[in-house]
Design a protein around this ligand. Sequence first.
Ligand SMILES: C[S@@+](CC[C@H](N)C(=O)[O-])C[C@H]1O[C@@H](n2cnc3c(N)ncnc32)[C@H](O)[C@@H]1O
Length: 264
Amino acid sequence: MTTFSNSDYNSDNYRKFRPNYQQDLYQLVYKQHTENGANFDVALDVGTGTGQVAESLAARFQKVYGIDSSSTMLDSAIKGNNIIYSVGSAEDLSQFGSQSIDLISVAEAFHWFNHSKFFDEVQRVLKPQGTLVIIGYSFLLLEGQQEATEKTKKLELELTPFFEKGHEHLRSLYRDIHIPMHNVQRLYYPRYGSEPFMRESFTVSHLRSYFKTSSAYKTYCAKFPLANDIVDTSINEMLKEGQLPENQLFDVTWESVIILGHMR
Ligand SMILES: C[S@@+](CC[C@H](N)C(=O)[O-])C[C@H]1O[C@@H](n2cnc3c(N)ncnc32)[C@H](O)[C@@H]1O
C-alpha cells in the first residue's frame, strides 16, 4: 500500500494538479497497436489513480477498465460512460479473464508494483496481439529556465528519502527493469525526438500544488509537523531570486519514458 491509499490523501487535488499525457503519446501507442494487428475493444489501466489515462483511452476503446489499490484515488476518478473502475491490485488481475484485454496501460505507477507478479498477470490477460504500455515521469523541466529547473530538482531530491520503496525505479525511468515482452521499445524525453510526451502551462500556485500532491511531501509533513513548509520555502526562494515569473504562465515538461511491449 502506498500513501495514495490513505483516506486523508487529497485525491481531488491529484486530479486537478497532476499533468495529463499529450494526445501525441496516445497516437504513437495506437499506431503500434494497430500495426501489431490488435483491436480496440477492451483496455485496462492499472494504477489508474484519478483516471487521466482511462479517460483518454475511453475515446478510442469500446470499454475501459481502471483499477487501483486505493479507493481514495478512485473516489475522485474522472467518470465516463464506457469506463468501469474497481479496486484491484496490479499483482492480481483475477477479475479479468485470460486473453480478455487488448491493451494494458500503466502510468506513473509501475514502480510500486511487484514486477514479476504483474508480468505473469499481463501475460495471462492480454490477447495474443495485445500491447502493454508503461509511462513514467520524473524530474520537472521548466522550459528555458535552467536555474529554476535546478531549484525544483533540488527540492525533489530533498523529498526523495520520503518516498516509499520502489520510487528509485522511477528516478531511473525504469532503465533498471527488464520487460519480458516482445519488440520492447523504450522512448525517452528529452532524449527521444523533440516533442515532450507531457507539457503543461503552470502558474506559481499550480507549481506549489503539483509538488504537494507528492506522496513524499505528505510523509515529510507528517514526520516534521512543525517544520516550515518545504515546498513553499523553496518556491518562495525562487520567487525572491526572480527565477519564477510571479503572475504569468510558464511551460513545464517532464523527464519521461514510454515503454511499449507486445505479446508477439
Ligand atoms: C502516482 S499515482 C498514478 C495515477 C495515474 N495513473 C496517473 O498517471 O496520474 C500511482 C497510483 O498507483 C496506485 N498503486 C500503487 N501500487 C499499486 C498496485 N500494486 N496495484 C494497483 N495500484 C497501485 C496508487 O494507489 C496510485 O493511485
